[in-house]
Design a protein around this ligand. Structure first.
Ligand code: HEC
Length: 245
């Protein structure tokens, strides 16, 4: 436990010392991109690490989650989970764009963050472990994930966000145009494969599933190993340089 706190502290320090390049995309206050990145890559503490939702995301659960979300979450995270609720607008860092980030992160991560809140990271995210039953938290998670898959959610938004990220990286001369184009191409192949095979974050986050998916894409000949390697290099670089969550 102590080791983990030290680790998080170091990660936060690193995050704070590199805020100067922040471009502050949608929903992000100054430096909040870096905080999100740190949190998304933080080690999930016991007893939350590796847990899997016991509640299937069926219609009934999503309906229950919708009601919980409306009462307890929407004022900050916004009706559509875009981080733009009335109270949320006053917060720094601003409430996460959870309709999106819940698609990427593992069950254990979401359950941890909702149960324990953001006090230990100095954010306004409340802890819900004494306010909601565990099954209510899982219902809320099912609802938030459903929000991000809703037809009203525009995949163009994500694409545009990634494009501006690699454009920034070219401008800063971290990568060249060829690497940027490859990054976009591989990302697209990843998204398509996940959609076609109905692969979603669950017990594992998308980051954790990525190596297996890439192996499959190379196997079926959609991508070459070189394209995947270049993608992974750029991905790591964008993370290291604070250009990506
Ligand atoms: C008072 C405002 C507020 C309320 C109410 C609130 N949140 Fe949050 N939430 C935040 C803020 C601010 C963050 C970003 C900082 C952080 O991650 O700690 C956040 C972060 C999160 C995260 C982490 C997302 C990520 O990408 O890392 C999840 C999950 C989450 N909230 C879910 C919920 C759910 C579900 C509810 C309702 C049960 C809720 N929140 C209620 C303010 C709020």
């Amino acid at each position: 436990m102590k080791k983990m706190l030290v680790l998080i502290f170091i990660m936060l320090l690193t995050a704070c010392s590199s805020t100067s390049r922040e471009s502050g995309h949608m929903g992000g206050g100054m430096g909040s991109d870096n905080l999100m990145r740190t949190l998304h890559h933080a080690e999930i503490p016991a007893p939350y690490a590796g847990i899997q939702s016991p509640i299937e995301a069926d219609f009934a659960s999503i309906e229950r989650g919708k009601e919980i979300y409306r009462i307890s979450c929407a004022e900050c995270h916004g009706e559509g989970g875009m981080g733009d609720g009335q109270t949320g607008k006053l917060l720094n860092p601003s409430p996460a764009f959870i309709a999106h980030s819940s698609q990427m992160t593992a069950d254990g991560y979401l359950f941890w963050r909702i149960s324990e809140g953001g006090a230990e990271f100095g954010t306004g995210m409340p802890a819900f472990k004494d306010k909601l039953e565990e099954n209510e938290i899982w219902d809320a998670i099912n609802y938030v994930r459903a929000l991000g898959r809703d037809e009203s959610y525009d995949p163009e938004f994500e694409r545009a966000h990634h494009q501006s990220m690699v454009d920034n990286a070219i401008e800063e001369e971290f990568i060249d145009k060829e690497q940027a184009d490859n990054f976009m191409l591989v990302h697209e192949a990843l998204n398509t494969y996940m959609a076609e095979n109905d692969i979603r974050a669950g017990a594992k986050s998308v980051d954790e599933m990525q190596p297996e998916i890439f192996a499959a894409l190379v196997e079926i000949g959609t991508l070459t190993q070189e394209e995947v390697d270049s993608f992974n290099d750029v991905h790591q670089l964008l993370l290291d340089e604070g250009l990506m969550q």
